[in-house]
Design a binder for this molecule. Structure first.
Ligand SMILES: Cc1cc2nc3c(=O)[nH]c(=O)nc-3n(C[C@H](O)[C@H](O)[C@H](O)COP(=O)(O)OP(=O)(O)OC[C@H]3O[C@@H](n4cnc5c(N)ncnc54)[C@H](O)[C@@H]3O)c2cc1C
Length: 324
């Protein structure tokens, strides 16, 4: 079993998610999550804004199966929008359609999103729909298209690993798009599996959208990709106004600051909230070295215990599955 599979599986474990919430940001997650409440998040944004870095705020939320949970998430996101406006910080919203009820009922999710997008629109705040796994891909695009009939402050993410992403880039090129490699474990029938293929597609799609798209957010910690983009925009005389680099809060901080200092638009993806567990596990799945980077000072008994329980749950789950 690959380490990546283990962490992806842990990220999907609801019991561990609930358990982790009780501990707060104590297991190293505080290095990559900007606090558990909006005040802490706003302070971090103000600090980044001082360095010319804008932010996209993710009010963390996973495992939404009840309408009440989706409505609570909507209220929290609306409160974030109010704070962006009240404090006049340079920030916009990132959200996951599943958080607003996509897995419960499409129309219910649409109504929740519409309220968020319409209020954000009044304040001139952009709303990005993060992309989740393949099962939610087409419904997320459908939501985006429907909302775009009324509002222009919406955009989404294209994950390079999907076979269909070239077509999706073409179809949605007039949206503000965030381009990423892709964070979930996907089936070989729908997605490239090797790093080489994914990296190549990622570069091709970035180049295409830089040349033909509206506005491109290049979201990566990969210095090879960033250096390639720097050369490419120079060669094709693409203005800095047409794109930005994005990285996740807490990762490669020096590079985030130096890209902003070099005059590139830079946006930090800033997650906050007590529901940090799934997000944190996906970061570990992406790059197991993050385990040491992220938890070097705090990898303590509790963390080991949490991961230990997770591993046991994962293994047991597999054994049970095989039995049944
Ligand atoms: C802002 C942002 C938003 C995202 N939104 C989504 C989304 O909506 N949906 C989705 O599926 N995925 C999303 N992702 C995750 C994305 O799909 C990738 O899984 C993730 O970014 C890892 O790929 P990478 O391009 O950063 O480089 P990787 O392939 O992880 O790394 C390439 C190389 O870069 C270097 N490197 C990477 N990280 C570090 C580090 N921390 N320190 C030092 N060197 C490093 C290493 O040399 C590594 O070999 C997002 C990522 C970002 C940054």
């Amino acid at each position: 079993m690959k380490l990546k599979d283990l962490f992806i599986s842990l990220s999907e474990n609801r019991t561990l998610n609930s358990a982790a919430q009780k501990y707060g940001l104590k297991f190293g997650a505080q290095n990559v999550v900007a606090g558990t409440n909006i005040d802490e998040a706003i302070e971090s944004i103000k600090e980044l804004n001082k360095h010319g870095i804008s932010c996209t705020i993710d009010n963390l939320g996973e495992f939404v199966f009840e309408k009440s949970e989706a409505l609570a998430a909507k209220q929290q996101i609306l409160a974030v929008i109010e704070r962006i406006n009240a404090d006049q910080v340079d920030a916009h919203i990132s959200l996951k359609p599943s958080q607003l009820g996509l897995d419960i009922d499409y129309d219910f999710c649409y109504e929740n999103l519409k309220e968020i997008v319409s209020i954000a629109h009044q304040y001139g705040i952009f709303v990005n729909f993060d992309m989740e796994n393949y099962t939610r891909l087409h419904t997320s695009f459908q939501l985006l298209e429907s909302l775009n009939e009324h509002y222009d402050n919406v955009g989404t993410v294209i994950q390079a690993y999907f076979f269909e992403s070239d077509q999706n880039i073409e179809r949605y090129k007039n949206f503000r798009l965030r381009l990423v490699k892709g964070a979930y474990k996907e089936d070989p029938s729908v997605a490239f599996q090797t790093k080489k293929e994914i990296d190549q597609k990622f570069i091709e799609q970035i180049e295409y959208h830089l040349l033909h798209g509206k506005f491109t957010s290049i979201a990566t910690h990969d210095h090879n990709v960033i250096n390639h983009v720097k050369q490419f925009v120079k060669q094709h005389q693409i203005s800095n106004e047409k794109f930005e680099f994005q990285m996740l809060y807490g990762f490669r901080k020096d590079m985030q600051l130096s890209l902003a200092k070099e005059g590139y638009n830079f946006c930090t993806y800033l997650p906050f909230g007590s529901d940090w567990y799934g997000y944190f596990m996906r970061r570990l799945a992406e790059r197991p070295q993050n385990l040491t980077l992220v938890t070097k000072q705090v990898f303590n008994k509790k963390t080991n215990m949490l991961l230990g329980i997770g591993t046991a749950a994962f293994v047991l789950g597999r054994v049970t599955k095989r039995k049944s």
